[in-house]
Write a protein that binds this ligand. Sequence first.
Ligand code: SF4
Length: 286
Amino acid sequence: MFAEPKGFCFGVRRAISSLEEALDSYGRVFALGSPIHNPQEIERLKSLGLVIIDGPEELPTGEVVFIRAHGVPERVLESLRKTGAVIIDGTCPFVSKAQEKALTLAREGYLVMILGDKDHPEVQAISQSIKGPVIVVSPSEPFRFHEEKFDKVGIVAQTTQQKGTLSKLVSSVSEKAAELRVFNTICGATSARQGAIARLAGAVDGIIVIGGRNSANTAKLAEISINTGTPTLWIEDQEELERGWFQGKKTIGIAAGASTPDWLIRTIERRLASAKSAGEDGWEND
Ligand code: SF4
């Protein structure tokens, strides 16, 4: 049984397909930062000509550069344009919308508050694009503000935040702000995957979560599954399937993070199906 939705979200699928098209056309494409948190997919893309660099200063003149779904600050885009690079912009439209809303707030004189992780590239792209006062509010810390009163506050959220956390921030700031404007820039892809694994966990004997160890959204799926008490196995690829783990389990659920490619999910599904039909040790036949 699969958790649905699973795997690539709309924005990642769109970005990776534009990267693949660029690799097909140009043969070599430089990416600013890792385009996806999945080691197996990165290896595949590298074999097609992807080169990962840390910043625009590492980009050779006149090359093709890919911007990942998280987007980049406006100044980075400007410096890329100056180098004459061919820019393949994979920024997710929902991320662009969050950036635009934050810029609108800043232009209209609001102190911009971004609910999100200050180290996340998406949040950095928003905060570093704003010319004016900006505060990044972490969802994991209590919302305490030193200021007695705020004049005009505008709130946006990192697209992967929870609606409930945004509501709590809004309620907390509303007690201090003379004027408050809120743009709900949360995208439903993350919560949809989290809801799906929580529902699936109640219906199966064990859950396999597929995704990169460096993928925060996959880690969250594994955490949700573990917290339900359902035996959970987090794997990156089929080599990590543990035969003994299947002992005593009749129904297995499969979930995958938003950065896990379809081809990897299908490979693991095929491996499970062949182990089951061959009656391999450790797999409980119905
Ligand atoms: S999680 Fe949402 S905002 Fe982020 S890349 Fe995917 S679709 Fe876009």
